[in-house]
Design a protein around this ligand. Sequence first.
Ligand SMILES: Nc1ncnc2c1ncn2[C@@H]1O[C@H](COP(=O)(O)OP(=O)(O)O)[C@@H](O)[C@H]1O
Ligand SMILES: [Mg+2]
Length: 415
Amino acid sequence: MLVVGSGAREHALCWRLAQSPQVSEVLAAPGNPGMEAVARRLAVTASDGSALAQAAVRERVDLVVIGPEAPLVQGVADRLRQAGLPVLGPSAAAARIEGSKAWAMDLCHRHGIPAPTARRAAHADEALALVEASPLPVVLKADGLMAGKGVVVALTREEARAAAERLGARGPVVLEEFLEGPEVSAFALCDGRRALPLGLARDHKRLLEGDRGPMTGGMGAYTPLADVEAGQRAQILRLLDDAVRAMAAEGCPFVGFLFAGLMLTPSGPRVLEFNCRLGDPEAQVLLPLLDGDPAPLWLRAAHGDLGAADQVRLLPGAALGVVLATPGYPDAPRAGQAIWGLGEDGQPDGGGALCFHGGSVRDGGWRTVGGRTLTLVGTGPDLGAARAAAYGAVERVGFAQAQWRRDIAGGWSRA
Ligand SMILES: Nc1ncnc2c1ncn2[C@@H]1O[C@H](COP(=O)(O)OP(=O)(O)O)[C@@H](O)[C@H]1O
Ligand SMILES: [Mg+2]
């Protein structure tokens, strides 16, 4: 099996597949040094569809799992399918659900999937005109992929105008109704026709404790979510399944991991966005809780062949992940810090937690390459135990001036 990508999410995918009795070898393209204990790396970049197809055919790969959104939006899954390879990851047409926020909102509105009201502006002037007529607060979103930097929740008309100009200078902008409530991320495994629920998680996007500081790729995550009631869960599942059926009806069936960012409003869950892949760091907490062998199920999903009896089973218990980022992240990450507490295999000395690598190299010992370097994941019978395991690892694994949050899943204090 071949995993495409090079972050901690892809490390978690490789790690999970490597445990499958049915998988003889896991390959990663290009992968990273921290995952070499579970995957053999191929020197091919994630965006080079032709080179990936050649390598996958040469290696007689049975399934390609694509981790990041950029290659999906660029059509790498299409290129691999043209070469006859089974792929868990959407076509470029289906990846529009993440690649264009306007398209995703229109899909929701066309198919009665609960979402904020939204209007699309083609450029800054149109966005400015819409801002003048919008109630406040108003949410402005750049239409395309922006790596988490394309959304402004504007509380004042002034902020909204500034956002309209800044985002509108790059292309189309979506103006959305402002919603309030707790946020959840919901994941499903999809075969183009149906969505099998994979679990709910919550991530922490801000750099600093108390949800302050700049937006990041994600500083931690946990699952399950105790604050989501059974009725809301049922609504979320229906919403995911409706989205997959809507896409099939529109001729762009979604195969892969679908991620819905939702707000639990008083009138039920509503879609803030869809992503066309697993989240990072959410994957690092969801994959350790998968029960059974995911490989045959993922293969059936890639073949458009999930059966009525198929389901994703999760182990009871919880998982919590803490991200360690280098000093200067996210604006100007510094690299080269020596990492302590990891063994030869890149896992914490003495065990007790999992370590998924996002940006490390081996040179003598382990070193950072700058940015979100490690996700330390604790698992246990409940969130308290998972938290103790994850933060226990943070005490032992780290590097100089590491940035990490003490308040993942509500917090932790040194005993
Ligand atoms: N309609 C909305 N109402 C209120 N807050 C929103 C709305 N849309 C997005 N947000 C906030 O902005 C964040 C980022 O928006 P999202 O659509 O998830 O974009 P991205 O993850 O691509 O940056 C959300 O997690 C949420 O906190
Ligand atoms: Mg988001």
